[in-house]
Design a protein around this ligand. Structure first.
Ligand code: AMP
Length: 417
């Protein structure tokens, strides 16, 4: 027997019942980001592989292990987008947006692809809503960006949110700090876990996340990047914090919050939700002042974030969404009235009513039952000469000419509203 066909591992179908909730996320993002001057952008689902190699970083897990990369018919290497920032930065350059008033503020809601181990809250095709502000290094852009994500999560009812904030300084500061940390780890090598010890050269920062008690003890005395920032970077961070404090946004400064990509600079942040399990990250982002240069443009500052739609929905819990309204259900009493009913349905729609017609050949009794199932407010039972309009809430009925059905429903709708 042929194998049953299923959605590929790590993917899922958005069924109509789920779609309503997602529409709400999109509408809320549009409202909040639109009001702050962000405009929608959509980039292609696939891009030249090189964009991500340069724009995400060749040494990252994403580029090394998680990309869906293939050759197209023309022998070009293309990749299903694993994230949105590099494509948006590419579009910014390609369309000369550096000539527009800066910063250019863009938002997207799109699907992304990563070959990751599938588990609750982690998929191979997932959706992110994201916002990027390119072209200004002003700390107010950082604060605004963070506040927008905070507001979006709050408006969507994401529970138990926590914000961690850090500053990375410049790549040079980070390189010097890395060496300092490596020296410190080597001096205490005998107390570190095997794993941390073997990664001193490759990724010394990982030591901050270790569960191993000896390592944790050593890390309590470890030098922190935040204590080695330049005066300028510290000022920038101070201003971002002051603006967030002024807006009463709670956060925790986390000196161990890091990202291993070279073009990240200064502000870095992550929102988590305690309502989620192991995959607790809801959304995060940071400043990427080196990115545009990395992909071939002039040095241009930028900051942005992305938040996962699946995690937002999981962390927001179930919220009942009212089923779509049906103003009028058009039933027919005899087969001869079918064409009249069909036309009436279209006229009702043109008049702005949500109208449905009997499409399954049910008996009159079956048609009325169906009208009840879909929650129709009125039912018009069309006969050859006349129609009966039934108010499904009160049970009242009246006889009228088919041509009167729409004006009467419209008028009743008005008096109800
Ligand atoms: P990142 O682009 O890795 O910084 O992730 C930003 C947000 O996207 C995370 O906080 C998650 O909410 C979401 N996300 C990232 N990867 C996945 C995935 N594989 N499945 C579902 N959501 C994800």
């Amino acid at each position: 027997m042929a194998q049953k066909l299923q959605a590929p591992r790590g993917t899922y179908d958005v069924l109509p019942d789920d779609a309503a909730r997602r529409d709400q996320v999109e509408a809320t993002a549009r409202r909040i980001l639109g009001a702050a001057g962000y405009r929608r952008i959509e980039t292609p689902v696939f891009e030249a592989t090189e964009l991500f190699a340069r724009g995400v970083g060749a040494s990252t897990d994403i580029v090394q292990k998680e990309m869906y990369t293939f050759e197209d018919g023309g022998g070009r290497s293309v990749t299903l987008r694993p994230e949105g920032t590099a494509p948006v930065a590419r579009a910014y350059l390609e369309h000369g947006m550096q000539k527009l008033p800066q910063p250019v503020k863009l938002w997207y809601l799109s699907s992304f692809f990563r070959y990751e181990r599938a588990q609750a809250g982690r998929y191979r095709q997932f959706w992110q809503v994201g916002a990027e502000a390119i072209g200004s290094a002003d700390p107010a852009v950082d604060a605004e960006s963070i506040l927008l994500l905070a507001e979006l999560l709050e408006s969507l009812g994401v529970r138990d949110v926590r914000l961690r904030l850090g500053s990375l300084g410049t790549p040079e500061t980070r390189a010097a700090y890395r060496e300092l940390l490596q020296r410190y780890l080597r001096t205490h090598e005998d107390r570190l876990s095997e794993e941390v010890r073997s990664r001193i050269d490759l990724n010394p920062l990982r030591a901050f996340d270790a569960d191993h008690p000896g390592t944790q003890e050593v890390m309590q005395g470890a030098p922190l990047l935040i204590d080695h920032l330049s005066a300028e970077d510290l000022d920038h961070f101070g201003e971002v914090r002051a603006l967030l404090d002024g807006a009463d946004l709670a956060y925790e400064v986390d000196p161990t919050l890091v990202r291993g990509i070279d073009y990240y600079a200064r502000t870095l942040f992550e929102f988590t939700s305690d309502a989620l399990g192991a995959q607790s990250g809801v959304g995060g982002g940071g400043r990427y002042d080196g990115l545009i240069e990395q992909i071939g443009g002039a040095p241009t500052p930028g900051i942005g974030w992305a938040a996962g739609i699946e995690r937002i929905l999981l962390a927001a819990g179930e919220e009942k969404i009212a089923p779509p309204l049906v103003d009028l259900y058009v039933a027919y009493a005899v087969p001869e009235a079918r064409a009249t009913g069909f036309e009436l349905t279209w006229e009702a729609r043109r008049a702005g009513l949500a109208a449905q017609f009997e499409l399954a050949g049910r008996s009159l009794k079956g048609q009325l039952k169906q009208a009840g199932r879909i929650g129709a407010r009125y039912v018009a039972i069309v006969g050859e000469e006349s129609a009966t309009l039934k108010d499904m809430e009160t049970g009242e009925q009246e006889e009228l000419e088919p041509g009167r059905v729409i004006p009467v429903v419209l008028k009743k709708g008005k008096t109800l509203a």
